[in-house]
Structures are given as structure tokens and as C-alpha cells.
Design a protein around this ligand. Structure first.
Ligand SMILES: [Zn+2]
Ligand SMILES: [Zn+2]
Length: 127
């Protein structure tokens, strides 16, 4: 089960809705792959090839896209054996250059106006 959160900037009034955490179906590697672009999905498949019980964690993390400047949730998959992390592209513009901020929302700068204190509130649950 994951959380839906609303991140907002009190200074410029910008707000974003993002989802974090993982869903019930994300224990299946196949299912997780649908969140990644084809080349990354292929890379992940190759990485876990031949493993009956792939050892990984999957979650959606809050990130700032360095191209479109939006707060988005991106899929992050980590191979627990090698600690290699795969990060999906920005869900808004498809750019791969994103900054994962995870749970450090309150210490993150507003991507719109640069204000340092963003607030976040839990708006619901998904899955
Ligand atoms: Zn973007
Ligand atoms: Zn702002």
C-alpha cells in the first residue's frame, strides 16, 4: 500500500500530487517493469535473468525533474544483492535526469520559485 501526498509551496502557491511507496502487485518483477522505459526494463530483465526469486525492492519516490521542473513520482527498483538502483524517467516529460528527494520534502527547494520550505500532506492511499 502506498501514500498519495500533496506537496505545496506556500510562497508561490504551486502544488503537486505524487504517489509514494509500493503497491500490492509490485512483488512481481514483471509488473514493476511496466513503469520503466523499454531500454531500462530490458536492462533490469537482463540483470535478474535466471533468478527464480529475484531479490529486489520497488517503490515510487518523490523526485524533481531537472528538465520540466515538476515534482513527480518516479519508480525506483533496487537489486538487493548488488545495491544497483534503476530509476524510471520523469512521468511528465520522459526525461531521465531526475533528482530523487524521497522523504526529504520539507528540506527541498520549490522547483518553481526556490522557496526552501515545502509542505507535504497525506491526501490518501492507493492500491
Ligand atoms: Zn520532466
Ligand atoms: Zn514556490
Amino acid at each position: 500500500m502506498g501514500n498519495m501526498i500533496k506537496i505545496s509551496c506556500k510562497k508561490c502557491g504551486a502544488s503537486w500530487n505524487v504517489k509514494t511507496g509500493m503497491g500490492m502487485l509490485h512483488c512481481s518483477l514483471e509488473y514493476c517493469l511496466s513503469d520503466f522505459s523499454k531500454d531500462i526494463a530490458d536492462e533490469i530483465k537482463k540483470n535478474f535473468e535466471g533468478q527464480d526469486m529475484p531479490h529486489f525492492t520497488f517503490s515510487y519516490e518523490t523526485a524533481v525533474c531537472n528538465k520540466c521542473g515538476k515534482m513527480v513520482s518516479v519508480a525506483v527498483l533496487e537489486d538487493l544483492d548488488t545495491s544497483k538502483k534503476y530509476t524510471a524517467a520523469c512521468s511528465s516529460c520522459g526525461n531521465n535526469d531526475v533528482n530523487i528527494i524521497g522523504n526529504n520534502i520539507t528540506t527541498c527547494k520549490c522547483p518553481k520559485c526556490g522557496h526552501l520550505r515545502l509542505s507535504s500532506e497525506l491526501t490518501g492511499l492507493w492500491d
